[in-house]
Unconditional design. Structure first.
Length: 684
């Protein structure tokens, strides 16, 4: 502090006014007063300070009036320390993924004209980004209400003045990311025999899973699994775990925990001689952003850099964005959507390992490179709901989705540059449905390990697909398996492992000659085959035992026969409609009961003798079969609801009336219709 004194005189004046005069001789030390005021910067103190006034309270009113001030003292503030900054190169790493500069600032307390190490108060990382002329500034956030364990505040914006520093006026987006540390949890689960990735070992194996207990519930949830390793052909009970601190280094940039799994059959807590051991690393580098986040322009994307966990939904919908890369993002608790990015060429989230909702990549006109999750062996990107990759006309492959394992459904639609989609090995069971539709060039599916679908499977309008290739492991479809409008579809052999299906629908495949290939299909709720113009035969299903609802063939103009169904003994409905060349129904020759037998508009069918064992029907409907001359149903004993024989010009009416008289048990008025058959023929 600096002091400056100013004396206004030591003499005191006595103003006398009649009997109110004050005798100065009566004033004592108790009447001395002092008052203190703030002195602004100016004439008396260049940098401001304090004004101290003293004098005698002559009128004894308890305060020092201006006229009573005898002495004024100024206590001036020293010149403030100057703020200094310095910058140094920041290498590629945890602070700046693409490198940048560290800008340090503080007060030059020793007034030597530079910022010394001990004077550094704050350090900002000004990071280079993949977006031209956009900078990212990151500064630490002290522990507090916003981030209990501390964190980082990221600012992003355009470097408008081109000085390489992101100034406050240039900031257009800010993101808080909070550091979170938590205990490391680990578990070892048994893998059954022949389970991927130990599917080549009949002894099965085990899987070690480790991660941070971020929600504090002492249970390792799917979203918390950060590190995984598989141990094939060893019993889980013979494996032990050990955790120890991992210093900062190549395995964990900021340190973490090493988890060892090792063989310990003698249960002494140590690795058996020459026994198996492996390690995974769980790193304490979690940076969490709470809430949904929408990337509407390149600056928004840059501001999200460094976030590892997003507690919310992520939407990327930025028409000007060319490259969307988030190398650190590992967990999205909500859904992830990239849609309507008209300029986007590359979408890459290589660290992603969990999405709590859907993953939807839709309507990105120029997207030609897509990576979600790592392509490292055995790595998994768990998607709690569905994977949807639709209407990306320049996307050539799904190889960058190798790690994806969706729980519900998969929809691939209208990705017209895709030829060989790659392989999605972790898609093994779907609780929902699978849709592969409207691909101009794709000739196979990527689902080489898919065994079960609880919903539907639709292969529709894929004109380059010669067969359902890639579905060779499919065993069960609980809903509809639909093969529709596939111009080159000629083979069903890839479905050779299929044993059961809700509904098998084969419609509008103009080059399919037969249904050979369904060697193991044993059960179907319904089979519906329509409009396959080169189809000659239906059947060749040697294991089929049951068709619960119905077996329908319709408008297959070259279909000649339904045959080779040697085990089929249960069906509800058999229906043939408008199959112009159909002559044989041999495949139904073991059926004894049906709800409905329907033959409509089959001009080459002469009789129903292939159903010679049929004994009971609820409904018989024979209409418009111009070559039909006889029933050929010698065992038929009962029809309970409807007997309709109409417009079969070569079928003697007398045969119809004789049959209805012998087997029909329903209402003859409402339940019988015999008309427009051969009324001239006679019956023995």
């Amino acid at each position: 502090m600096r002091r400056k004194w100013a004396t206004w005189g030591a003499a005191m004046a006595l103003l006398v006014s009649g009997c109110d005069a004050i005798d100065l001789s009566e004033l004592t030390q108790r009447d001395a007063k002092t008052q203190v005021r703030v002195e602004p910067p100016g004439e008396h103190c260049e940098f401001g300070g304090t004004e101290i006034q003293t004098g005698l309270d002559q009128d004894r009113d308890g305060k020092l009036d201006d006229a009573e001030v005898t002495t004024t003292e100024y206590v001036c503030d020293a010149a403030p320390f100057k703020i200094r900054t310095r910058a140094r190169v920041e290498p590629h790493g945890v602070n700046c993924e693409l490198g940048g500069r560290t800008v340090e600032s503080g007060l030059d307390r020793n007034d030597n004209g530079q910022l010394d190490d001990g004077e550094v108060a704050t350090a900002d990382f000004v990071c280079a980004t993949a977006v031209a002329n956009v900078l990212l500034r990151v500064r630490p956030v002290a522990p507090g209400a916003r981030c209990p364990q501390g964190g980082h505040l990221s600012h992003a914006g355009h470097d408008a003045n081109g000085n390489g520093l992101l100034e406050d006026a240039e900031i257009s987006q800010e993101v808080y990311t909070c550091d979170e540390s938590a205990p490391v949890l680990s578990r070892v689960r048994a893998l059954p025999a022949f389970t991927a990735p130990c599917d080549g070992d009949d002894g099965g194996g085990a899987v070690l899973e480790s991660g941070l207990d971020l929600d504090g519930d002492s249970a390792l949830t799917t979203s918390e699994i950060e590190a995984t390793t598989y141990v094939c052909n060893l019993d889980r009970d013979d494996l032990k775990l050990r955790q120890q601190a991992e210093p900062a280094g190549p395995n964990c940039a900021r340190g973490g925990t090493r988890v060892d799994v090792f063989l310990d059959r003698d249960d002494d807590g140590e690795l058996d001689p020459n026994g198996y051991t492996s390690s995974v690393y769980v790193c304490q580098a979690t940076r969490v952003h709470d809430g949904d986040f929408v990337v509407a322009d390149p600056v928004d994307l840059v501001a999200l850099a460094g976030v590892t966990h997003l507690r919310g939904e992520l939407i990327i919908s930025a028409p000007t964005l060319i490259d969307a890369s988030l190398p650190s993002l590992a967990v999205i608790q909500g859904s992830f959507t990239a849609r309507g990015n008209a300029s986007l060429r590359r979408l890459s989230l290589p660290a992603l390992r969990f999405v709590g909702g859907d993953v939807a990549v839709r309507s990105n006109a120029r997207l030609d490179a897509l990576t979600l999750g790592t392509t490292a062996a055995r790595a998994v990107l768990w998607v709690e709901r569905s994977l949807l990759v639709e209407d990306n006309p320049m996307l050539p492959t799904l190889e960058g989705l190798e790690a994806v394992q969706p729980r519900d459904s998969v929809s691939l639609r209208a990705n017209n540059a895709m030829v060989e989609p790659g392989v999605l090995p972790h898609v093994t069971v779907l609780r929902g449905s699978l849709f592969i539709e409207d691909h101009l060039r794709m000739d196979r599916t990527p689902f080489v390990n898919l065994s079960q679908v609880h919903g539907d499977v639709h292969l529709t309008n894929n004109p380059a697909m010669g067969g359902p290739f890639g579905l060779e492991q499919l065993v069960r479809v609980d809903g509809t398996l639909a093969l529709r409008e596939n111009a080159l579809l000629e083979r069903l052999q890839p479905l050779g492992q299929l044993t059961s299906v809700g509904m098998l629908e084969i419609v509008g495949n103009p080059r399919l000659p037969d249904t050979t290939g369904l060697e193991r299909l044993a059960s179907a709720d319904r089979i519906y085959i329509q409009g396959n113009k080169e189809l000659v035969s239906v059947g060749d299903m040697p294991a089929l035992e049951r068709v619960g609802d119905g077996f329908v063939v319709k408008a297959n103009e070259k279909l000649q026969r339904v045959h080779h169904l040697p085990l089929l003994r249960s069906a509800t409905t058999v229906s043939s409609v408008s199959n112009l060349a159909l002559t044989s129904l041999e495949g139904f020759n073991r059926l004894t009961r049906l709800t409905t037998l329907e033959m409509l508009g089959n001009p080459s069918l002469t009789n129903l003798g292939d159903l010679a064992l049929l004994r009971e029907l609820d409904v018989l409907s024979l209409q418009g079969n111009t070559a039909l001359t006889a029933f050929g149903l010698p065992e038929l004993a009962r029809i309970t609801l409807n007997f309709v024989v109409v417009d079969n010009p070569k079928l003697p009416t007398c045969r119809a009336t004789a049959l209805v008289a012998s087997v029909f048990t329903g209402d003859p008025v409402s339940g019988v219709n015999i008309d427009a058959n051969d009324d001239t023929a006679t019956c023995p």
